[in-house]
Design a protein around this ligand. Structure first.
Ligand SMILES: [Fe+2]
Length: 323
């Protein structure tokens, strides 16, 4: 929790002590009183950082600049860094990837999540985040052609609360370090990653392998432990596996590619009847580990990247949606 003492203390209290500029940095007594009130009367838990809108770095309770955390970063700088890391412009995608909604131009805190839902936006507002970074954004094709109904609710909430929305869909599936699929391969201990699984002419997943063969049931145990305890297994292939195809999310229609690549098991997110029939006909093992569960690792990795590169507060929120 970040606490600030504002020019107007009442405003500071009302905003749940998240993003109020500190004025009396030069007055240690005022700081101590404020901390006292925050901790005893308002039961604020955790580290309390003070910040001054004029300063470059946040100030910790000892009054020293905390050089691991900047005050803020320009939205343009943050979006530019992500665009470059994710090669945003090189993907043809129905998602309008990149910055979808701007804020006032400055980012002090980022909240990363899977979906740009009202839940994520509300969580961002509650935590004092002024930018959300997600995998499933708000703008798909011409989905924002009319800002009415649900579009209006989501867009107006973001703008009213000064929350920027940045989305990376296919670029975040394909990215070889921070991407959903690369992160899944890392979590499972896979090696020899090769970009594979074509979608509209671009490769979005990986073919990878384990150092040693393992039984299909050991593989399922590993997926349950590292990705999602709830999985669906189609065991139409060999009982011992070594090579894996990985495509996060809703990619059951790529089972034929997994088979053509000669993988022993295909790991994806969302199950489908079409996928069941494909797996049975092609005699291949398929593990469905959930659309949400397989697509949270990319946003989580991006949150860490933002923190390291931009040195601002950045966190990932897991709503643990079992779908
Ligand atoms: Fe998805």
């Amino acid at each position: 929790m970040v606490v600030g003492l504002g020019f107007e203390p009442r405003k500071a209290f009302a905003s749940r002590f998240t993003v109020c500029p500190v004025w009396p940095l030069r007055y240690p007594t005022a700081q101590k009183t404020f901390v006292n009130i925050a901790k005893t009367q308002l039961r604020v838990k955790g580290t309390i950082h003070f910040f001054d809108p004029r300063a470059k770095w946040r100030i910790d309770m000892s009054g020293k600049p905390c050089k691991s955390l900047r005050m803020n970063v320009a939205l343009e700088t943050l979006a530019g860094m992500l665009d470059k890391e994710l090669s945003i412009d090189s993907f043809k995608d129905v998602s309008n990837n990149g910055l979808q909604i701007a804020n006032n131009g400055t980012v002090t805190r980022v909240l990363a999540g899977v979906d740009a839902s009202m839940r994520l936006l509300e969580e961002a507002a509650q935590r004092g985040a002024d930018c959300v970074v997600c995998h499933h954004g708000l703008s798909w094709g011409d989905s924002l052609k009319r800002i009415t109904g649900l579009n209006h609710r989501l867009v107006s909430f973001a703008i009213k609360n000064n929350i920027a929305v940045y989305a990376a869909h296919l670029p975040l599936d394909a990215q070889p370090v921070y991407g959903n699929n690369a992160q899944i391969c890392k979590l499972l201990g896979l090696s020899k990653l090769e970009s594979a699984f074509e979608y509209h002419g671009q490769k979005i997943g990986f073919k990878a392998s384990f150092g040693k063969p393992m039984t299909l049931s050991s593989f399922c145990g590993l997926v349950r432990k590292r990705i999602n305890s709830e999985i669906k297994l189609l065991d139409f292939g060999k009982p011992t596996i070594k090579t894996i195809g990985v495509v996060s999310g809703g990619a059951a229609d790529m089972i034929d590619q997994a088979s053509a690549l000669g993988t022993d098991v295909y790991l994806t997110g969302e199950p489908s009847l079409q996928g069941y029939n494909l797996a049975e006909h092609l005699a291949i093992n398929v593990v469905f580990a959930g659309h949400y569960a397989t697509e949270k690792f990319g946003p989580r990795a991006l949150s860490g990247l933002i923190k390291r590169r931009c040195k601002i507060q950045s966190e990932f929120v897991d709503f643990d949606i079992g779908y």
